[in-house]
Design a protein around this ligand. Structure first.
Ligand code: FAD
Length: 508
């Protein structure tokens, strides 16, 4: 029987997207979205805030409105699911794009403490010819020698190996120094995690496939043409994009005028206006069981009588879902992964007069690799993972260019027990060292401690999720409950919306 009453557990990006697509797939079903926080959106949180600064032309105090993000800030145009949602929700006019030719797209940096300065990464192969900067020899040696040698290295994936950590994979193909510097930085930037613990096949499946395609060489595999779509991939034509495919042709990254929350706020508005949808903000799920006789779901919440949905989509972090299931119907692998905690610090500075050096080079921002002797030493005592130069890419969100905004990410693998307390002057002094100039007093500092916000897919995650799906397809679940969200099938905004888009696909 098709669903007549669907409960969506969790009102973050995945839950809201799932509810949106479920209203289109099952227009007559009753859909209830339960979210423990009163505010919907989960980790997506954008705020427009007012800052006051001294205008260096006339010495007067002036105001500016700036958009700050505590969670995701920029999106990549290759995720069609996000573009489709933007199109369907009529948000195209709020898009702010960063062209591939801009400095914000081309200039990405690493801060490698041993080199003591920001090192720009080459953005294209020919970049090596014109590449400048004091550390270029060091980076060139590291980058080029390992990458150039890799295709000539013999195939070295152990027979029968079906997953390994990102660090093991990169070390196997490119060497341990390369892996420590480049792979750990990349993983800090996306997962805020330790590359030695993250599953390669879950986080970067295309690299695993490239190694296969290249007969053991990742570089050869990348240089070969991509294979045709696999059977479970959607053809591009199945997405309703309007003219967004054209808009995004030469775009590196993009955001929305009022930040990424524009998307979640529009979803909430759409769902609230839909007659069959019930939005329960500030209502926590405390129990989920299946009646052994009727096989109906019984959903226990903090605010209401028990609900009896025919179908359930859980988008809760997996450890939270584990906490609400009664022992009789516990599901496998929900506590296999840990979740990383990250402190996000938004900083707004007065822009220095044009006659003085800028606060940072034009570019996307920089990442800091894992210290040579691991995370528990004094080398990176604040645990800085990286810093985004927001004003380079998203300044058009703000009412004035007289201020400069940056966002620093700290914690992750440095904060296995607790997130660091932020001492602003220590932070500014550390950033000044990275940027090679003394930063002025900020006009605004906003600290967000995001506890357990990003799942760390440990090795074997794909296999475990396959087993979870298998259990959900059998009795007593009988395919009537789906478990999706960042904890399952990818952490990016695109992955979460894609998962929501597919919710209930096999219910009929
Ligand atoms: C700091 C940070 C920066 C990021 N940057 C980017 C980026 O730049 N680009 C990108 O693509 N991705 C980025 N991401 C990843 C992406 O934002 C997240 O993976 C995504 O928002 C997760 O959405 P979700 O709905 O799956 O989970 P969540 O956002 O965790 O939503 C789950 C919801 O469930 C609710 N909930 C929990 N327990 C219960 C319960 N018992 N009952 C009812 N409700 C409950 C919570 O209140 C929450 O609203 C970032 C993430 C973070 C944390």
């Amino acid at each position: 029987m098709g669903p007549t009453s669907i409960a969506v557990l969790g009102g973050g990006l995945t839950g809201l997207s799932a509810a949106f697509y479920l209203t289109r797939r099952f227009p007559t079903a009753r859909i209830a979205v339960y979210n423990s926080e009163a505010r919907f959106g989960g980790w997506v949180r954008s705020d427009r805030v007012r800052v006051s600064y001294t205008n260096h032309h006339n010495g007067k105090l002036e105001n500016a409105d700036v958009v700050l993000e505590a969670g995701p800030r920029t999106l990549r145009p290759n995720a069609r699911s996000v573009l489709e949602l933007i199109h369907l929700l009529n948000l195209s006019s709020t898009l702010l794009t960063v062209p591939k030719t801009s400095d914000a797209a081309k200039n990405r940096f690493l801060y490698i403490p041993e080199f003591g300065e920001l090192c720009r990464l080459p953005s294209a192969p020919l970049d090596f010819l014109t590449w400048s900067g004091p550390s270029r020899q060091n980076i060139r040696r590291l980058l080029l020698s390992s990458v150039a040698r890799e295709p000539f290295k013999r195939r070295n994936r152990r027979l029968g190996l079906d997953d390994e950590s990102v660090d093991d994979f990169m070390t196997r193909r490119f060497g341990s120094e390369w892996s420590r510097i480049f792979a750990s930085s990349l993983v800090h930037g996306i997962y805020a995690a330790d590359a030695r613990r993250l599953s390669l096949r879950s986080a970067f499946p295309s690299l695993w496939e490239a190694e296969e395609r290249g007969n053991g060489s990742v570089v050869s595999g990348i240089l070969r043409r991509s294979p045709p779509l696999t059977s479970d991939e959607e053809p591009a034509s199945s997405y309703e994009l309007g003219n967004l495919a054209d808009t995004m042709r030469d775009v590196s990254v993009y955001t929305l005028r009022e930040g990424i929350s524009t998307l979640t706020n529009a979803l909430v508005r759409y769902l609230r206006e839909h007659p069959n949808v019930y939005m329960y903000g500030g209502v926590r799920i405390t129990g989920l069981r299946i009646n052994p006789r009727s096989k109906h779901f019984e959903l226990i919440t903090t605010a209401m009588e028990t609900a009896f949905p025919t179908h359930v989509v859980s988008t809760l972090p997996l450890f939270r879902l584990h906490g609400v299931l009664t022992p009789a119907i516990s599901l496998p692998h929900l506590t296999a992964n840990t979740y990383t905690s990250v402190t996000v610090v938004n900083l707004v500075f007065p822009r220095p007069p044009p006659s003085t050096a800028p606060l940072h080079p034009e570019g996307f921002g920089y990442l800091v690799p894992r210290p040579t002797d691991g995370y528990f030493n004094d080398n990176n005592r604040l645990g800085i993972l990286g810093c985004v130069f927001d004003s380079s890419s998203t300044a058009t969100q703000d009412s004035s260019d007289a201020v400069v905004k940056m966002t620093v990410m700290l914690g992750g693998p440095y904060a296995s027990r607790s997130l660091p307390q932020i001492n602003v002057s220590d932070l500014l002094s550390e950033l000044s060292t990275h940027l090679g100039r003394t930063l002025p007093e900020p006009v605004l500092v906003k600290v967000h401690h995001n506890q357990h916000c990003i799942p760390l897919y440990s090795v074997g995650h794909l296999q475990r999720m396959e087993e979870l799906r298998h259990v959900l397809a059998s009795e007593p679940w009988a395919g009537r409950m789906e478990v999706i969200g960042a904890g399952v099938g990818g952490v990016s905004v695109g992955d979460c919306i894609e998962a929501g888009r597919n919710a209930g696909r096999f219910w009929s």
